[in-house]
Design a protein around this ligand. Sequence first.
Ligand SMILES: Cc1cc2nc3c(=O)[nH]c(=O)nc-3n(C[C@H](O)[C@H](O)[C@H](O)COP(=O)(O)OP(=O)(O)OC[C@H]3O[C@@H](n4cnc5c(N)ncnc54)[C@H](O)[C@@H]3O)c2cc1C
Length: 486
Amino acid sequence: MLKTGKEHLEGLRDGRVIFIGNEKVDDVTTHPAFKNAAKTVASLYDIKHQSEFRDVLSFDEGGERYSMWFLRAKNKEDLRKRTAAHKKIADMSCGLFGRSPDHVSSFVTGMSTNPSVFDSDKYKFGNNLTAYYEHMRKNDIFATYAVIPPQAARNPEFYEKQNLPIPTLRVVREDDDGVVVSGMKMLATSAVFCDEIWVGNLIPLDPNQVKEAVTFVMPCNTKGLSLWMRQPIALNAENEFDSPLTWKFDETDVLVICDEVKIPWEKVFVMDDAILAREIYIKTPAHCYGNHQSNVRFWSKMQLILGLCSKVAKSTGADQIPAVREVLGRMSAQEATISGMIYGQIEAAEEWPAGYMTCNRRMMYAALDWCTENHSALIDELRTLCGGGVFQMPGNVHVMHDENLRADFEKYFQTPQMGALDRMKLFRLAWDLVGSEFAGRQQQYEKFYAGASFIIRNHSHRETNWEHFDGIVDNFMSGYDVPEHS
Ligand SMILES: Cc1cc2nc3c(=O)[nH]c(=O)nc-3n(C[C@H](O)[C@H](O)[C@H](O)COP(=O)(O)OP(=O)(O)OC[C@H]3O[C@@H](n4cnc5c(N)ncnc54)[C@H](O)[C@@H]3O)c2cc1C
């Protein structure tokens, strides 16, 4: 099934509990902090129904139509189709929606190619995972995940020694019909716009953290679940012209808090196994499928950054200066670099797991590392090109609503390169990417959404065949020895 935007928004009016400070949000589709981003989410569903994008964004299997991110790739052509769908979705938010509906669903699709990983000696949850994959694609589910324990609460001993309650989400009871969990997880981006939340552990747990080693999924309106929203950024935007990105792309981030939440057994995927809790992401293509989407999403954002660098330089006339052209050339090379890293992952795809194909994992992690490492510098290049232009503009677009002020504005603010209003529109957009609170959240997101940088590099280290590289050195050194004494 392919949901429409309207159907998706209706599903969000399900009694979910969301707090902004002490305010309880009744309806995310109408609340000023969320309503415009909710419309953006709806548009991601509606586009699948446009005939020109139907085959880019969905596929047929067994007479049913499914979103493309549920395609289990059997060859490079399938991988190309997945990439093209991610790109189309990412382009719709210029790469500013990290957790679009194709992110976590790609994790689950990757898992579904190797469900036996979920069968341990104690629990056989492989069938639960397969059933969840079928449920997701059949109902076109939008899920996010909360897979990180809250900061500074990763060591239960600290709390136990001081006789304090442990804040990290854990199993508190097992019943015949399911497990009961309590505690917090950080930081579910987009959860307020999702149908369901996947909860688990993407960073390693200590083997004795058995009760925290639980992986499950729950609907966003589950009894006992509350979503604590960070400061909403969208409230800063008075109109779209002055804050075009803030206006409709605040995808939101919440703390997930569970108070005696019952999870039926069929929605549990890992239980009491600290090692397996993490391995499900890397012994299946889950992490690779999901983060390939992140790479593609960053590519869309890079294209926006490059376009803004070019337009801003043109608007000031700086594009004619050789030193600035060199900067633009370097930025263009950066855009080509990320696109090459994405195409390369498909060309060097791996036949893994049996019967399926996955993007090249090392190249995917290299791209992830590259994006995390370079985002701030890329934004800073745009900031440099903007100069003080961002603050040269009137306080807001209402200057156009006063006849006299408008005449002065149009007279004084025009340049040989551009009219006053077009300049103002351009610099407002640029500021929303380099300096507004929205821009600040983007910086934090790009640094941390896949874990701190040392976590990403650990993935690269794990996936490297060190014997191959050591062998090159050994082979070279075997070609010579201690010279004969002359
Ligand atoms: C905007 C945003 C959105 C997010 N969305 C999601 C989401 O949708 N789902 C989800 O599950 N999570 C999400 N996260 C959470 C994200 O996964 C974590 O922020 C990330 O894993 C880093 O953990 P932390 O924030 O606790 O930082 P910490 O682990 O506390 O690290 C902070 C800093 O401390 C230093 N440091 C700590 N430990 C070490 C070490 N061992 N070696 C070297 N340096 C160290 C590093 O400088 C590091 O950058 C999001 C985060 C942000 C900022």
